[in-house]
Structure formats: C-alpha cells, structure tokens
Design a protein around this ligand. Structure first.
Ligand SMILES: [Zn+2]
Length: 283
C-alpha cells in the first residue's frame, strides 16, 4: 500500500486564507521504521487525534493539512540541519547544526523514544535518512508552503495554526521536567511569527472557555512557524499545543471523556478565528 506523506482537507464553505497543519498526528508507520522499543512506547511521541480534533475547521473555511507518518521517524518540525551525527553509520554530506532538541535525542530523526530508551539498535545509513527527507519531509513542507503561498497571493494575507498536543507533565528529556503544563501553550517565537493580535485572539478565546493558557512557555514554536511566519509580509503563523490529558489517555492513546468537549470547543475557536481572518483579509 502506498501511503501519501500528507492529506489535504479543503474548505467546505467559502474559502478563507486560513490554514491548519497537524505535523505529528500521523499513525502510518513505514515498513523500514525498525524501532527497538515497543510500538506503544514509540507512539507516545505522536500528537494522536490532533488532526481529527480540528476537522470542523474546514467547515469554517479553513484548509487542513495532516502528516500521515510518525514524527519519531522523521520530524517535520525540525530543521534539516538539526541532525545527530551519532545516529549515522556514514558521513552526512550536508552541513549539520545540532540544536538542543538533538542533544535531547529528539532532533530531525529521533534517537530515543519517550522515556529515554534508544530508538535503534543500529546506526542509520545516510541514504536511509535522505530517503526519509525526500519521501516524507520535503513533500509535507512543499504542500504547506504551496497552500500558504496560494492563499497569500489571493487574499494578500494568510493565517496559519500549527497544531500539536503535549504531555501533561514535562518528562526528563523536556525543558521543563516534572512541571504540570497549562491546558494550551501558544508559541509565536516571542512575538516574531505572527501579529500579537492573533496570539491574543486565540489566548483570550480559549481562556474564555475556561482553559488555562501559557504563551511561549515551555514551547515557543519550532521549525514550521519559524519557516512560515513572517508577520511583516502579513503571513501569520502560531503554534498551538493542547495538553493531551484533556482528550486522551496518555498511555493507551484512547480518547477520554473530555474528547467531545474539546472537539466542540475547538470548533467554536475555529469559528472565532475564521471571523477574525475574514475581517482582515482583502479579497
Ligand atoms: Zn507536535
């Protein structure tokens, strides 16, 4: 079976320059992903259900793009230079600049599973990593860029929500080990990837629904909002992290009793965001 690297869900009402992407909710594990820890442990890296939780966004005029593959295999929210030379059996021809994420074992290709167990019992070849980049990483980024560029051309501006979920408590490999997180963490890389009004709109709307919200703490947003957010060009990208225990059991990944409420609240949030975008976009 050939699985495409991403799925695109187009607007089901009048199209708005509003794009959501869910880079980490993919559940298709490629045959050559020979991880050592049990699948149930590796899957804890996923933002399971996130694309499904936001499906109502297309009814409000948004486009939703979701990755089909797991982030532990290749992480599209990392830069291509964020590669761990220790993972590789042979030389990597391109420059690498490992970030703190790579030091934590969760760079472009994850070296460890959640909890700290090594992901592989072998080194990967450069050709394998190249193949993951070419077959999965690049097509995902190209799809997102194409969508954002087309809408920006048509409307003179575009708004983008980069959608994730996070463990309720930072683990040993996170920047905030042991800390209980807010319900929502918004990341605009300290105000550099979208206009402050967009961050405030989302923050105030979800606060009004009774959720706790933190901004740029502990997640500021990583590669995807960094690449696509250029507010001076009216390209606004905001990362949204949702605490997983609001909607699922973190071990079994099964939806919990809160799933339906969160799904309804996200649909209301999308209506509010759609109204904001509609008011500001020239068409
Ligand atoms: Zn994520």
């Amino acid at each position: 079976m050939t699985v495409p690297p991403f799925l695109r869900h187009g607007p089901e009402s009048v199209a708005l320059p509003l794009v959501l992407d869910s880079p980490h909710s993919g559940e298709h594990y490629p045959d050559d992903f020979d991880h050592v820890p049990p699948r149930a442990i590796v899957r804890q890296a996923e933002d399971t259900h996130v694309a499904r939780l936001y499906r109502a966004a297309t009814g409000a005029g948004a486009t939703l793009i979701e990755a089909t593959f797991p982030r532990a295999y290749i992480d599209v929210n990392r830069s291509l230079v964020d590669l761990d030379a220790l993972l590789l059996a042979d030389d990597w021809p391109d420059p690498v600049t490992p970030s703190r994420k790579t030091a934590q074992g969760i760079g472009l290709v994850w070296r460890i599973a959640r909890g700290g167990a090594p992901m592989y019992d072998r080194k990967l070849t450069a050709a394998e990593v190249r193949d993951r980049i070419d077959r999965w990483y690049r097509p995902y980024h190209a799809a997102l860029a194409t969508e954002l560029d087309a809408l920006h051309r048509a409307f003179g501006a575009v708004w983008h929500l980069n959608c994730h979920s996070m463990p309720a408590v930072g683990d040993a490999n996170a920047d905030d080990p042991g800390r209980v997180r807010a319900d929502f963490v918004l990341g605009d890389r300290d105000g550099t990837t979208c206009a402050p009004a967009f961050t405030s709109l989302v923050a105030e709307t979800v606060r009004g629904m009774g959720y706790t919200v933190a901004v740029n703490d502990p997640y500021k947003g990583v590669e995807i909002v960094r690449r696509h957010g250029r507010p001076a060009e009216r390209r606004h990208s905001l990362q949204i992290e949702i605490k997983r225990t609001l909607y699922m059991d973190e071990d079994s990944l099964e939806p919990n009793a809160g799933y339906a409420r969160l799904e309804r609240d996200l649909a209301r949030l999308m209506d509010v965001v759609a109204g904001f975008v509609s008011d500001r976009a020239a068409s």
